[in-house]
Design a protein around this ligand. Structure first.
Ligand code: 5AD
Ligand code: SF4
Length: 470
């Protein structure tokens, strides 16, 4: 490891120099006004965490931030490639920037994230979107100061999309979106190559952050008064593999739980193939670990799971669920499911329905299969029509709706500890229970960012209404 630390530090110093140069350039262009950046994030929490680092670096370079795209001097989209629909939205929104640039030729437009890491997408941007100034991939985010310098001063468009896995560069400045909820990446990349998934191709191989650095970051967050820390990784259960110290995810969770402070720990995403009883025991025993497990199953049918390259079967998945519920009777479980994987039959899909019925999830993220260029599944025969898949999807959603309704109804009259997140114009506070169910109740804005106890008075299917109890 020591071998890698030195180049990473040298790289960081280089970027700090570029950051200072950009600052000077921006002052000469904009003084006395502050240049403004509009940063928009598509996709998962991993992207949100990356954007917080991007904003941290832009802040050091001298940018302020705006939510009004019309006021921006820099528009940056951090994109997602997980499904076709996500990519279509980005292309549509990038296309719409053409007129903005026409009206304000000094505007700089930058694109980054998973979508840009794909060669065919970068080529399309190069050819058909000439008003885009900067495109960079997922492995060079920490080099943004250098890339911005080249964009502002180089006189030509910048495309920087190396395919090698990024070394983890620490100490990148972070500008967090919230002052009470924090995203804490513990690892990057994915090694699993689920046959439908683009992530391993655009995020590179799995690499874990040093546990001491993670713990230090969590200690700082707790000391700053953060109330929720969400540990992020594509497969947090395999955290620590490849590090030369005695650590795994269960041990990391226990160490984080020992940090002083009144905060809760969430984590995502867990892969069932690496989810161990050791982790479930740790979760049960760690007072700060929210009793919510997001454990994507994707399908309830063994043949489909095998074709998906998931490395577990229905029996092993259900064994984990039963063990988890035995250890944590109030555990809230959520999942991701793909409907209409290539070659899936209706009978096989019915196995997903029966699994959903058996597990009784709190909620589900359901997706119709979307072919991704370059993945194994994209080459598989896919005879079922979009309409049929749509009907299956609806059947699954209706089933989950009835389960969710049953589950929330059973919460009536019970008291939950809730982290208050926002307040509506009508004075209703909104927060989440430990199990990640949204609850709304009348209250004071002073409670935003605090834990309060709330009694459920009126359960709805997907959320709850309640009242604060002292
Ligand atoms: N099509 C549909 N859903 C997908 N997911 C990942 N790749 C695809 C795809 N090609 C879903 C999986 C994953 C979630 C983040 O997105 O369910 O768990
Ligand atoms: Fe994609 Fe599978 Fe990796 Fe999750 S574990 S990011 S679904 S390849």
């Amino acid at each position: 490891m020591a071998k890698d630390i030195q180049p990473a530090q040298a790289e960081q110093a280089r970027q700090e120099e570029y950051s200072a140069l950009v600052r000077t350039v921006l002052i000469s262009h904009f003084d006395p006004r502050e240049p403004l950046a509009f940063v928009h994030t598509y996709g998962c929490q991993g992207n949100v965490a990356d954007s917080e680092r991007i904003k941290g670096m832009l802040g050091e370079m001298g940018y302020g931030f705006t939510d009004n795209i019309g006021d921006a001097d820099l528009v940056l989209y951090n994109t997602c490639a997980i499904r076709e629909h996500a990519e279509d939205r980005v292309f549509g929104n990038v296309g719409a920037l053409k007129n903005l640039k026409k009206a304000k030729p000094s505007l700089k437009i930058a694109l980054c994230g998973c979508m840009m890491q794909q060669q065919h997408v970068a080529q399309r941007i190069q050819k058909s979107y000439p008003f885009v100034d900067l495109v960079f991939g997922t492995h060079v985010i920490h080099r943004l100061p250098e890339l911005m310098y080249r964009t502002l001063c180089g006189g030509s468009r910048v495309f920087e999309i190396p395919s090698e896995d990024g070394k983890i560069v620490e100490n990148v400045p972070v500008r967090r979106d919230s002052d009470f909820k924090a995203w804490l990446p513990i690892m990057y990349g994915c090694n699993n190559f689920c046959s439908y998934c683009i992530v391993p191709y655009v995020r590179g191989r799995e690499r874990s952050r040093d546990p001491e650095i993670i713990i230090k970051e969590a200690e700082e967050l707790a000391a700053q008064g953060y109330k929720e820390i969400t540990l992020l990784g594509q497969n947090v259960n395999s955290y620590g593999k490849g590090l030369d110290c005695d650590i795994n995810f269960a041990k990391l969770l226990r160490r984080l739980n020992d940090i002083d402070g009144d905060f809760q720990i969430r984590f995502m995403t867990s892969h069932p193939k690496d989810c161990t009883f050791e982790l479930l025991d740790a979760m049960a025993e760690c007072g700060k670990a929210a009793k919510h497990l997001h454990l994507p199953v994707q399908s309830g049918n063994d043949r489909v799971l095998k074709e998906m390259n998931r490395h577990y079967d229905r029996e092993k998945y259900l064994e984990l669920i039963h063990y988890a519920r035995e250890k944590m009777p109030d555990l809230s479980i959520t999942s991701d499911i793909i409907v209409g994987f290539p070659g899936e039959t209706y009978e096989e899909f019915c196995d997903t329905l029966s699994l959903v019925e058996e597990v009784e999830y709190t909620s589900l993220f359901t997706f119709i299969y979307s072919p991704r260029e370059g993945t194994k599944a994209a080459k598989m025969p896919d005879p079922v029509t979009r309409e049929e898949k749509g009907a299956w999807f609806k059947e699954l959603c209706q089933l989950q709706e009835s389960i969710a309704g049953r589950r929330t109804a059973a919460m009536k009259g019970k008291v939950y500890r809730v982290l208050c997140e926002s307040i509506s114009d009508k004075g209703m506070l909104s927060g989440r229970t430990e199990g990640n169910v949204i609850i709304e109740f009348p209250g004071s804005p002073d409670n935003i960012g605090k834990f309060v106890n709330v009694k459920v008075t009126e359960p709805r299917t997907w959320m709850l209404f309640g009242e604060e109890v002292k």
